[in-house]
Design a protein around this ligand. Sequence first.
Ligand code: NI
Length: 212
Amino acid sequence: MNRLPVIVSIVCLVASLALVGIAWVITRDRPMGARAEAGVSGPVRTTGAPDVGGPFQLVDQNGRAVDERILKGKWSVVFFGFTYCPDVCPTTLAKMAQVKQLLGPKGRDLQVLFFTVDPERDTPAALKAYLESVGLPGAIGLTGTRAQVDAAAKAFRIFHQRRETGPGEYTMDHSTSAYLMDPDGVFSTSLAYPMTAEQDAEVIRDAMQQRR
Ligand code: NI
């Protein structure tokens, strides 16, 4: 009896299982939640960095004009939210304060950029008062016209949507992921909302280390 077809079948089966396993490992570690939150559609990328970031024109909490060049020369955590946010934003900003402490001297190379998705309420003055209240010295708050804010959010693949909560009241639904950008202003990694300050600090430390 010729055993060759049997052996070929077994080899094919093993190879198929290996491919399924590899595909599973690749997709398992991808920030699918972030993609879904950001409303990103289209084919899932399996290689290379996601297309996160791009040009923007905004003002900071002191009314100074800021664009994407602010990302150059420093590591940055980029996060989108709004000052009226009841939970995700204050939690994230408090976590970033912890992360900066955990990083020790390296924390000085890290800046936190808080982009509002609610420019109607988040004026530079409102951002300034808010960032002072959350205890994150050096954080940069960014706002602008609705069109400028929408353009920045789009560049960073951030989902945001106004939702009416009562007469004259509204909240903003928004993506919860923060992004780590390298000193070239290029996307490094996502920092998912459920990650702890310790996990974030480890990821950032690793990214800084790998660049040396
Ligand atoms: Ni929020």
